[in-house]
Design a protein around this ligand. Structure first.
Ligand code: FAD
Length: 433
């Protein structure tokens, strides 16, 4: 990203999650000062893994972050995220489909296949890149109002305020900034809906699994264990010593509309028995052994933004990450789309023609570049959920599963999801600016 001089406008980022932090780093690297306002008392990430596809890796590289992340992990032991194997959750876990290996397209293995990382490790790698003076903690945004000067006044729950020319909403799935972007007259203003699914999450020791007699190779590649109305994703992290597990239960018939948002909390520690009971009739021995090792699962009530937003930008308020397009995790692509947003926004704002006067046009460029792609991935993630949970007229027929998996994971759009040339797309868009 080209270095640039300080701008004639001020920027406030709301939210210091993976995307807000990446954005603060990317802008600072381009010489642009920002202020970050985070609701929590410190930066924090849940103790789980996250898969970063090749597109996410390239966006992080463009932001100058990747090298710091790679230093924090043993890359030889990090497992490619683009190479999922789909197996039956039941019986002997017969292989249903494997995502074809990607021909090397130049670049390194990580560039082509992505990686998996423990979220706190990612955070620990990037936090030192942020100037602590630019961050304010315990700042829970409650509202945004536009002042006569054109600036925005951010009001926080502690009674303080902050004014800025540009607001970047990186405040996640329950974004307050999103309320300022979605048209108040829009009948679907309340975009958050329950995605008709729960996910049990946990991390277990690979050694412990071997100790209880699991001989199947569960740690050399990501696996998706499929069943009717249920599925499980496992992939190794922490130098292949731990297995990240996310087991889904669908709650509705195929084709049922997504439901109104559920009351919070959306994440709860639950009794292991609840989870084991849900899978006992349909899971084979290795899949069951994995669940038995999850002695303290947490249950996530899955929500998504739906229908997708008609705009990621309103005047000089712009959304990135889950604030713009919180999606179900069945393509493992949510934060990758957020990093793409971040890379595109940082490059656009760093462009030397972007000043206070041209900011609206610059943000319109961001919206036209990012919204169609991120919304496409959001829609496809819901479709992937149905395919992986065998929801459809064919049910959990093996040949039907194979056909549908190939339709999704062998498609051009799926290849493009991971191997899209964002850098060129941003460069071409900027030429028109
Ligand atoms: C079960 C599950 C598995 C997933 N697996 C993957 C995966 O493998 N790969 C992938 O790419 N994605 C995955 N995702 C999606 C991914 O976790 C999200 O896309 C990503 O964390 C979003 O990052 P973010 O920075 O936009 O939001 P967040 O991480 O939610 O950060 C938002 C930040 O804003 C702060 N905040 C919130 N409200 C306010 C406020 N009012 N004022 C100030 N600050 C505020 C929060 O405290 C938080 O720090 C998964 C999601 C789930 C649920």
């Amino acid at each position: 990203m080209p270095e640039t001089n300080q701008k004639d406008f001020t920027i406030a980022i709301v939210g210091g999650g993976m995307c807000g932090l990446a954005c603060a780093i990317g802008l600072a690297r381009a010489g642009i000062k920002v202020k970050v306002f985070e609701a929590a008392a410190k930066f924090d990430e849940i103790g789980a893994g996250v898969g970063l596809g090749p597109n996410a890796v390239r966006a992080l590289k463009g932001l100058g972050i990747l090298e710091h992340v790679l230093k924090a992990i043993n890359i030889k032991d990090s497992v490619a995220q683009a190479n999922f194997r789909f197996v039956q959750g039941s019986g002997n876990h017969e292989i249903l489909f494997e995502i074809p290996d990607v021909e090397s397209e130049g670049g390194t293995d990580v560039d082509n296949k992505g990686l998996a990382i423990y979220r706190p490790t990612f955070l620990a790698a990037i936090v030192p890149l942020i100037d602590p003076d630019t961050v304010s903690f315990s700042k829970h945004l409650t509202s945004i109002t536009q002042l006569e000067s054109g600036q925005y006044c951010l009001a926080f729950a502690d009674g303080t305020t902050h004014n800025a020319d540009l607001v970047i909403g990186a405040d996640g799935i329950r974004s307050i900034v999103r309320d300022a972007v979605v048209d108040v007259a829009d009948p679907n203003k309340d975009r958050l809906v329950f995605a008709n699914r729960y996910i049990y999450r946990g991390m277990i020791s690979v050694e412990a699994l071997k100790a209880v007699g699991v001989t199947q190779d569960i740690s050399s590649q990501p696996l998706a264990w499929l069943g009717f109305g249920k599925m499980m994703v496992t992939y190794p992290i922490k130098d292949q010593t731990m297995l990240n597990v996310a087991a889904t239960l669908n709650t509705h018939e195929f084709g049922a509309p997504l439901s109104p948002a559920k009351p919070r909390p959306w994440v709860e520690d639950v009794n292991q028995k609840e989870m084991l009971d849900a899978y006992q009739d349909s899971w084979g021995s290795t899949a069951t052994a994995i669940l038995r090792q999850m002695t303290q699962p947490s249950r996530w009530t899955l929500h998504t933004v739906y229908p997708p937003l008609d705009a990621f930008v309103k005047d000089r308020i712009v959304l990135i990450g889950d604030a713009a397009h919180a999606m179900v995790p069945y393509l493992g692509a949510g934060v990758g789309q957020g990093f793409e947003d971040t890379y595109a926004l940082c490059r656009i704002l760093a462009h030397d023609k972007v000043t206070k006067d041209s900011l609206n046009a610059a943000l319109a460029l961001y919206d036209s570049l990012r919204r169609p792609r991120a919304n496409m991935v959001l829609e496809q993630s819901l479709n992937a959920a149905d395919v992986m949970q065998s929801l459809g007229p064919g049910g959990h027929d093996v040949e039907e599963c194979r056909r549908r998996l190939k339709e999704v994971y062998g498609s051009d759009w799926h290849h493009d999801l991971w191997h899209y040339d964002l850098e060129s797309a941003v460069s071409s868009a900027l030429e028109t600016f």
